[in-house]
Design a protein around this ligand. Structure first.
Ligand SMILES: [Zn+2]
Length: 401
């Protein structure tokens, strides 16, 4: 087993960790997909808009007059504003906004979320599970899969379709597609929201019923009603479908952010994040860029700064050298929200590291003098903190020459 990390020649993604394919020039599939999107002309997007016009018309013909025109899942982020801007201002529709509230909002995120009702003439359902249940789920999922934020991924991708079914609304409008991260989809795939991507990708293959067997944190079905995906029969009866607006409108995060700030008073974070240089992402969840993402670094050896830098290199907003500098500065940082989280769920820091170390990928990490060591994109390995694994579990982390 090699412990050598190989990186894309264009962005900052490591191949082991991200599971991307690589071509003969050493360029990753996500960079190639971005290339094909970047080469699309204004005429192409004008055509795509016409296709979207038709889709919207089809959906509106399926619903009754008295019902909402569409459901828009929103966190209150810049992308939520962009989706809602298109549907209300360009199409003149009456959406029902739906938010999953995981009790992790930053103050600017609270402000942006609540402002949507003021600026878009839209009704808004904000649903948050019991905080006691959330604390249990944070603990259960951290131990089960090394991710305290499973509840958020589950809520975000379940609540909107529950609401669409309950209010008889066939059209759900999602934002960006994950093609830029995974290189999984091409422009002509017209990928739609699906139960499969939700289950396998967003929920890591777990469902609500996997959460009710914990010996210390007991949960029942009635605690997790918001996490239950509607049945096929319910979905088919209404014909609910989720469209990604990113299939039809050019996705340009920096231009969208500026537009939303100027038009609607949307606010980015006033204080910088500790684990990335961007200020406009993930204001709905203090851990997304923080402790949740630190766990990604612990598992796979790369973090949110690698994600952001790779995206920004692909759009020409950063050079690769600048991207690597961001990775060097941010990817490994143990951010202070970790201590906020430990206090929230009542866990010691030692307990955190002992659990987190169980999830380290042995293809990425090795042990040297009681420290975790890994390769870096800048060429020389470095150590990233003490090992908290029992001796017996350290065998697979031996350095291979
Ligand atoms: Zn790449």
């Amino acid at each position: 087993m090699t412990k050598k990390m190989n990186y894309c020649a264009r962005c900052t993604y490591p191949f082991i960790a991200v599971n991307l394919s690589i071509d003969d020039e050493g360029i990753c599939a996500a960079c190639r997909t971005a290339e094909s999107f970047n080469s699309l002309t204004p005429a192409f997007w004008a055509n795509r808009k016409k296709l979207f016009d038709k889709k919207v018309e089809e959906f509106l013909s399926k619903k009754k007059d008295s019902e909402y025109d569409c459901v828009i899942p929103v966190s209150g982020g810049k992308d939520s504003y962009f989706q809602t801007h298109i549907m209300t201002k360009e199409y003149g529709l009456k959406p029902l906004l739906v938010t999953y509230h995981g009790n992790n909002y930053l103050p600017e995120g609270d402000y942006n979320r609540d402002r949507m009702r003021h600026v878009f003439n839209a009704d808004h359902i904000v649903m948050g599970p019991s905080v006691e249940v959330l604390k249990k789920l944070n603990r259960i999922c951290f131990k089960k899969m090394g991710d305290m934020n499973w509840h958020a991924h589950c809520g975000i991708f379940t609540l909107p379709i529950q609401v669409a079914v309950r209010f008889n609304v066939p059209m759900m409008i999602w934002g960006e597609i994950a093609w830029d991260i995974s290189g999984m989809f091409e422009p002509n795939d017209f990928v739609e929201f699906s139960a499969r991507v939700r289950h396998e990708h967003s929920l890591r293959g777990f469902e609500w019923f996997d959460m009710i067997d914990d010996p210390t944190d007991s949960l029942a079905k009635k605690d997790l009603l918001w996490a239950i995906y509607p049945s096929d029969a319910e979905i088919l009866k209404i014909g609910v479908k989720g469209l990604y607006i990113g299939n039809f409108f050019k996705w340009d995060p920096y231009r969208h952010t500026k537009l939303m700030e100027e038009t609607y008073g949307w606010k980015s974070s006033e204080t910088p994040f500790e684990r990335t240089y961007r200020r406009a992402s993930n204001l709905d969840d203090r851990y997304e860029n923080g402790a949740h993402d630190l766990l990604k670094f612990i598992k796979f050896g790369y973090g949110r700064a690698s994600d952001h830098a790779s995206k920004d290199i692909r759009t020409g907003d950063l050079t690769r050298e600048q991207g690597i500098e961001m990775v060097r500065r941010y990817d490994h940082v143990v951010s202070t929200d970790l201590y906020f989280w430990l206090d929230y769920v009542g866990m010691t820091e030692l307990e955190f590291w002992e659990t987190a170390d169980r999830f380290r990928d042995p293809r990425v990490w090795w042990i040297e003098d009681g420290q975790w060591v890994k390769d870096n994109i800048w060429g020389t390995p470095s150590s990233y903190g003490p090992v908290h694994l029992p001796e017996a579990a350290q065998e697979k982390y031996k350095r291979l020459k």
